[in-house]
Design a protein around this ligand. Structure first.
Ligand SMILES: NC(=O)C1=CN([C@@H]2O[C@H](COP(=O)(O)OP(=O)(O)OC[C@H]3O[C@@H](n4cnc5c(N)ncnc54)[C@H](OP(=O)(O)O)[C@@H]3O)[C@@H](O)[C@H]2O)C=CC1
Ligand SMILES: O=C1OC[C@@H](O)[C@H](O)[C@H]1O
Length: 390
């Protein structure tokens, strides 16, 4: 990179669904619109497992990167020599096999949340990235929000004294009219066990993110303590969890985290109450819904003094004001690669693994299980999850 020139990261996009579209629209935003001058992004290839036509249609949807190559399969994408990093945007069920496909082809990887279906798969991804000297990161975008960075700084600076407890929720009321079924069809990734559906892996990872970034991430390195986990779930008709509560206890630090998620009620129908409360001896920090894309936090001191801070997401005027907030995690990938780092200090590999251990244990205690095809930690390039027959 020439001095003074931004480092450019060249992306290959694996899958053309909802979040791939949102993420790519963020990649297409001018970084200067968010005050970023040191890195930039280019979408050089897009792959759909269903048809090359879908990849071409995707470029129309994102309204940009019209010169990007389009592929009708994931294996073609990962061998494209122009791709630096693959963004894995498939359902949870596919993450392990798809991320392995990319790593084995020598590509760096940003993999959507939930990272994998279980901890063994997460460990295998990390081992592979390490062995091949490749960058790997779980796409928990919330951690890279300036709001999250600020809150971690406030906690570290003692703004609310000693933190003892974090309570977080991410829930959506998707009851059908009769309140028996949910509005999702049984085959939808949110509830389909074959796609690792369920509230915990899809939504629970966000309240857990708040528990982990406030109670685990900030623990001193020499005292890192994984939580003991107590959890309970209720099951939907498909066998996926629809309602889960997880208590994370860090006894060595005297802290407790409580993360909950349900598909049967909203976190806050009136958008008045905090979705996350980080509670310390000197007060608390409240974070408001959406738990995954927060725009506002409030610091409430023990004496009742309170201040609210709005944190709007900067839009790009040249893209009709678009800006969703996923660009900050993309900037992190670019900076890590520019600086020769294989993992992000904001979400280190070890932490992603401990979070997967926590969710795996919670699901086990809740009696939730997933099929062998999507839980195996044995890589198979010919798995239908890679070849698109699943
Ligand atoms: N960070 C965030 O805010 C969000 C993250 N996510 C995460 O992103 C991932 C994808 O979610 P989302 O984009 O909403 O899902 P979608 O169903 O909209 O898209 C998933 C895409 O994966 C590909 N795919 C490959 N095999 C299958 C299969 N058997 N069934 C369904 N899709 C398949 C398809 O693309 P193709 O045909 O082109 O191969 C499909 O379009 C999930 O892991 C989810 O947790 C989701 C929403 C928000
Ligand atoms: O990651 C996510 O955040 C937003 C939710 O609506 C979505 O289901 C989930 O996958």
């Amino acid at each position: 990179m020439a001095p003074g020139h931004p480092y450019t990261l060249k992306w290959g996009i694996m899958a053309t669904g909802g979040i791939a579209e949102t993420f790519c629209k963020d990649l297409l935003c001018n970084p200067e619109a968010r005050g970023v001058h040191d890195v930039r992004h280019e979408i050089v290839a897009v792959a759909s497992s269903s048809a090359v036509k879908r990849a071409a249609e995707f470029l129309q949807k994102i309204d940009g990167a019209f010169d990007a190559k389009t592929y009708g399969s994931y294996p073609e994408l990962v061998v494209d020599p122009d791709v630096d990093i693959v963004y894995v945007a498939t359902p949870h069920s596919h993450h392990f096999q798809n991320a392995m496909l990319a790593l084995e082809a020598g590509k760096h990887v940003l993999c959507e949340k939930a990272f994998t279906v279980n901890a063994a798969q997460a460990r295998r991804l990390v081992e592979t990235a390490k062995a091949k000297n490749l960058f790997l990161m779980e796409a928990v975008w919330t951690r890279y929000f300036p709001l999250s960075i600020k809150i971690r700084e406030l906690i570290a600076a003692g703004e609310i004294g000693t933190v003892f407890r974090t309570i977080g929720d991410l829930s959506i009321n998707v009851n059908a009219d009769d309140a028996k079924a949910l509005t999702f069809a049984d085959g939808h990734r949110m509830v389909n066990r074959d796609l690792a559906g369920g509230a915990t892996l899809d939504l629970g990872v966000y309240p857990l993110t708040w528990v982990f970034q406030t109670l685990y991430h900030l623990q001193p390195e020499q005292d890192k303590e994984a939580p003991t986990v107590m959890a309970s779930s209720t099951k939907y008709a498909t066998g996926a969890d629809e309602n889960t509560a997880i208590i994370c206890s860090f006894p060595g630090h005297g802290t407790l985290g409580i993360a909950s998620t349900t598909l049967r009620a909203d976190t806050d129908p009136e958008k008045l109450f905090p979705a996350v409360r980080i509670q310390g001896s000197g007060g608390e920090i409240q974070v408001f819904f959406p738990t995954y894309r927060p725009l506002k936090y409030r610091v409430v001191k023990r004496n009742g003094e309170a201040r609210t801070f709005d944190c709007p997401i900067p839009g790009d005027p040249a893209r009709n004001g678009w800006g969703h907030g996923m660009f900050w995690e993309a900037d992190e990938c670019a900076r890590c690669l520019r600086d020769g780092k294989l993992e992000s200090a904001t979400l280190p590999w070890r932490e992603s693994i401990v979070i997967m251990e926590t969710m795996e244990e919670a699901l086990k205690q809740g009696g939730i299980s997933y099929p062998g095809l999507i839980t195996t930690d044995v890589y198979d390039p010919k798995s239908p999850l890679n070849t698109g027959n699943q």
